[in-house]
Ligand binder design. Structure first.
Ligand code: AMP
Ligand code: TRP
Length: 322
């Protein structure tokens, strides 16, 4: 029997190469080995997107993104979180066994609080809904970027607590975090994130990609100086995309000296564009047929819903609700 892999992505607009290497690519790479359940976390997104048209458009877009990077809808169950409303029922049950001080330790909550934002109850409860997403599908592994590690650990804690109170019910999930891409850096050297405005979008024009690469922060060393490529953010980004020969070439540009930063950046942009071109072309094709997206989601939604309902029958029984 194959193990189960599940991961969610919020429909928050154009994904960047941090999302791609940190999480999306892992799902594509593992789709043969696992029973794979990627889903669109639209209920989580209600905390930030409160406009029906924008929500619908973003959902279609994420599905097209996933198909363009190579997710095969014949192999995986791709679904919308809102097609599994049992998740919110389970979230409520978890709400009754998790304490406020425990949830207050979540990084996402602490960050929001530090920024003095008016935090919605939905934002506070975010990790519990995420735990319900994971546990309701008997998930074994959850591929995510480093920033989601704590949330997966919380899901484990919640599973353990439920099992302690009501008897063995939930599997303990494990996060899969690839070390080299746990945190992909942005053009300014901070973690790549939409909120920092330092992203390289996965799906944009080649010209735009080059323009963004040209803005990557460097230092003031002279052209002739020999440099260690590993000290540079530009190289760390390039490294995600290079093959062996390209790696040798770009390292030499730094190590031998004599090549200006503009030239190294142009070469990096070319490497990135060459790598992404097939996905970008495929995306353009897929865009022409949005009805297909709806069919895929409908089919995936049914399967995910059936799995969740089966699990919930047992949970309701354990809690004396049924
Ligand atoms: P988000 O768009 O922040 O909801 O992230 C979607 C997924 O991409 C999550 O699994 C994140 O951990 C991952 N991710 C986001 N930004 C980065 C980054 N800069 N490096 C690696 N992974 C990332
Ligand atoms: N919190 C995740 C993010 O922002 C999205 C998400 C929701 C998720 N539910 C999940 C990821 C369950 C993995 C498993 O990236």
């Amino acid at each position: 029997m194959k193990k189960t892999l599940l991961t969610g992505i919020q429909p928050s607009g154009n994904p960047h190469i941090g999302n791609y290497f940190g999480m999306m690519k892992q799902v594509v790479d593992m789709q043969d080995e696992y029973t794979t359940l990627p889903f669109i976390a639209n209920l989580h997104s209600l905390n930030t997107i409160q406009n029906a048209e924008e929500m619908k458009k973003n959902i279609t877009n994420v599905v097209i993104d996933y198909l363009a990077i190579g997710l095969d809808p014949k192999k995986v169950t791709l679904f919308k979180q809102s097609d599994v409303p049992q998740t919110t029922e389970l979230c409520w049950i978890f709400n009754t066994i998790v304490t406020m001080p425990y949830l207050m330790r979540a990084h996402a909550f602490k960050d929001a609080e530090a920024k003095n934002k008016e935090i919605s109850v939905g934002t506070f409860d975010y990790p519990i809904l995420m735990a319900a997403d994971i546990l309701i599908q008997d998930t074994d592994v959850v591929p995510v970027g480093k920033d989601q590690q704590q949330h997966v650990e919380m899901a484990r804690d919640i599973a353990e607590k439920f099992n302690r109170i009501y008897g063995e019910t939930f599997k303990l999930p494990e996060a899969i975090i690839k070390k080299e891409v746990a945190v992909v850096q942005g053009t300014d050297g901070q973690k790549m994130s939409k909120s920092y405005g330092n992203t390289i979008p996965l799906f944009t024009s080649e010209e735009e990609t080059e323009k963004i690469v040209m803005t990557i922060a460097m230092d003031s060393k002279g052209i002739e100086e020999k440099k260690n490529p590993d000290d540079y953010n530009l190289y760390k980004i390039a490294k995600l995309f290079v093959n062996k020969e390209q790696d040798t070439e770009i390292r030499a540009m730094f190590e031998n000296g004599g090549v200006g930063y503009a030239e190294i950046k142009k070469y990096t942009a070319k490497i990135i564009n060459d790598y992404l071109r097939p996905m970008r072309e495929k995306r353009k094709e897929l865009e022409k047929n949005p009805e297909r997206v709806l069919e895929i989601l409908e089919k995936g939604g049914k399967i995910a819903n059936e799995r969740a309902e089966k699990k919930m029958m047992n949970v309701r029984k354990k809690c004396g609700l049924r």
